[in-house]
Write a protein that binds this ligand. Structure first.
Ligand SMILES: [Fe+2]
Ligand SMILES: [Fe+2]
Length: 322
């Protein structure tokens, strides 16, 4: 039987000191001691986040060659390139926790790592570029603005720059939406159809409901997360509905209504069965996305080899010179 009043161990004392630092609002840096669970949870979150940035390049990348004007094409290229940069910052941040980026990428390519479910939906029309920038990047901003206050320093700092770029993504998306919503009846129908398809998957981006989110309690206690999934989801809905109304579009939710007491836009039930299907790899585009990432990885093999050879050449020259 385990004694209930065992003397505190050295590990207990370290955990207590760590938790006191977190409670005092200090940020945890790579060389600081941290519980193994904290390290593991951050590696899980940061790698999923980095994978999402990189896989997120694919649905929009598909539309670069079909952008309706040079201006739109330039903005979309810049946005997709930004997402690659976000992946890079976050992989670098994850490496400060003692993991190797190549192992994380391998987990993505072999299908064992998760990434945001939203990127497993297809992009069927140009309006999807507007709606993704507006809703998907908009949801990312709500999530990431809070993550900029996370207790792990490198993750928080990466989020500050990323959020600035996400704001540009959201604005370019909403501008496309505004243009189409004020356009011809066919353009209005196209953008409404895109909202209809992306609304619920955008709400699912915040993850499972708080009643079904096994990691949340610990992550909140360690201030890795500062708000729950449901709190962030509600904030996103409250921010977005006035924007929907401003362009005279609708969301596909007959239960949506404003509650004056709470000040919230109350929304209908989320289809968690669909969410779980997509997370488990059975969404409309899961296979296509991973196949595209694997092909890109193989196509980039020569670049990695050339970069390694170049670095080795420089290192050996430096040794000779010394
Ligand atoms: Fe991003
Ligand atoms: Fe973005």
């Amino acid at each position: 039987m385990t004694p209930t009043s065992a003397a505190p161990t050295a590990e207990d004392a370290r955990v207590a000191a760590f938790e006191a630092r977190i409670a005092a609002g200090e940020s945890i840096e790579p060389k600081d001691w941290m519980p193994e669970r904290y390290r593991k949870q951050l590696i899980r979150m940061m790698s999923q986040h980095a994978h999402s940035e990189v896989v997120g390049m694919l649905p929009e990348g598909n539309w670069i060659t079909r952008a309706p004007s040079l201006r739109r094409k330039m903005s979309l290229i810049a946005k997709v390139q930004d997402e690659g940069g976000h992946g890079l910052y976050i992989y670098c941040g994850a490496e400060t926790l003692g993991v190797d980026r190549h192992d994380l990428v391998e987990q993505l390519l072999n299908g064992t790592a998760k990434y945001s479910s939203i990127f497993n939906y297809p992009t069927l029309s140009w309006a999807d570029m507007g709606v993704i920038g507006w809703l998907v990047d908009g949801a990312a901003i709500v999530n990431q603005t809070i993550l900029a206050k996370t207790s792990y320093g490198p993750y928080a700092r990466a989020m500050i720059r990323i959020c600035k770029e996400e704001n540009f993504h959201k604005r370019q998306g909403y501008e496309i939406v505004t243009t189409l919503a004020r356009g011809t009846p066919a353009q209005r129908a196209m953008v409404q159809d895109a909202v209809n398809r992306f609304w619920w998957p955008s709400l699912m981006m915040f993850g499972p409901s708080d009643t079904d989110s096994p990691n949340s309690g610990e992550l909140l206690r360690w201030k890795v997360k500062r708000k729950t999934n449901d709190e962030l989801r509600q904030r996103f809905v409250n921010l977005t509905i006035p924007q929907v109304q401003a362009v005279e579009l609708t969301v596909p939710d007959p239960d949506l209504h404003y509650d004056a007491t709470s000040g919230n836009w109350e929304f209908g039930a989320i289809d968690w069965t669909e969410f779980n299907q997509v997370i488990r790899g059975n969404g409309p585009c899961n296979k296509e996305r991973l196949d595209a990432r694997r092909a890109a990885h193989e196509d980039g093999q020569w670049v990695r080899e050339a970069a390694t050879a170049y670095a080795e050449k420089h290192a050996s020259r430096a040794t000779e010179a010394a």
